[in-house]
Design a protein around this ligand. Structure first.
Ligand SMILES: [Zn+2]
Length: 258
């Protein structure tokens, strides 16, 4: 038992006791992990800044048989733009929830860490957060080993021709000859398949200017959510929060008319 240092992003926290907080951290060397920040809710506590939600910090942590505890932290990137905008905050919470749900504790994954950190930088700047969500969902599932099969038929492996449908259960697109393999498969157009292919192939910096028609975006949402929920096999609480925020946006103009 001793002290160790690690960079990590704060994925979530919950208050315990009078002034403590248990953090869910995501570290490039330890994966998803938990640690307690003792006394952090007291005024002017030295751990407060570096343990805010989404903050990327360098932590000095004391090992323990039960729960590691944070001794010091130094902010590397505060991501305050995410925390100070309700809409960005809602999507950030959603991104963190899918990451947490799809990642076991202490499963080191440097590629996943770099991807999530990059996502937070783009979340601060991205305008169409629904589109960013679709791209994030597909890229995340691909890194986690559940890439949807969108380049060939998921059943027969042949090239996609004619009418197609998307099967969340089988994990990809069914060609015209294989439609009966999943009677619950969902409608998907050739344009939507092309969009999913671009999401996988292109980096964020090339996708940030992408404009998709509303009908395609709607269809993609109807496909990616059942696909993710099928793999995670649990309800995502933050989806309700996003829906609430978007309803509020319609009434107040908060979301820039989206
Ligand atoms: Zn087929």
């Amino acid at each position: 038992m001793g002290l160790y240092r690690t960079d990590a992003i704060v994925l979530g926290h919950r208050n315990i006791g009078e002034a403590d907080r248990i953090l869910t951290l995501f570290s490039p060397v330890k994966g998803k992990m938990h640690a307690v920040a003792r006394g952090v809710r007291r005024p002017h506590n030295h751990l407060l800044g570096g343990t805010q939600l989404f903050t990327y910090s360098n932590f000095l942590i004391m090992e323990s048989r039960t729960l590691d505890s944070i001794s010091q932290c130094e902010i590397k990137e505060s991501f305050y733009k995410i925390r100070t905008n309700l809409e960005h905050m809602a999507y950030g919470l959603y991104f963190a929830e899918i990451l947490r749900a799809s990642t076991p504790v202490e499963d080191k994954n440097q590629e996943l860490f770099s991807f999530f950190l990059k996502t937070l930088y783009f979340l601060q700047e991205w305008r169409d957060l629904e589109l960013l969500s679709r791209i994030y969902e597909v890229k995340l599932m691909a890194i986690q080993g559940f890439a949807p099969e969108i380049f060939r038929c998921v059943s027969c492996g042949e090239k996609l021709v004619g009418k197609m449908r998307f099967s969340p259960a089988l994990g990809g697109v069914l060609c015209a000859r294989c439609l009966e393999k999943d009677v619950k498969a969902l409608d998907i157009s050739r344009e939507s398949v092309a969009a999913l292919q671009i999401f996988i192939k292109k980096p964020y910096r090339e996708l940030i200017k992408l404009n998709l028609p509303e009908n395609i975006k709607k269809q993609l949402k109807n496909i990616t959510h059942p696909f993710i929920l099928h793999h995670l096999d649990r309800k995502l609480r933050t989806l309700d929060f996003i829906n609430d925020i978007n309803c509020l946006g319609v009434q107040t103009g908060l979301t820039g008319g989206k």
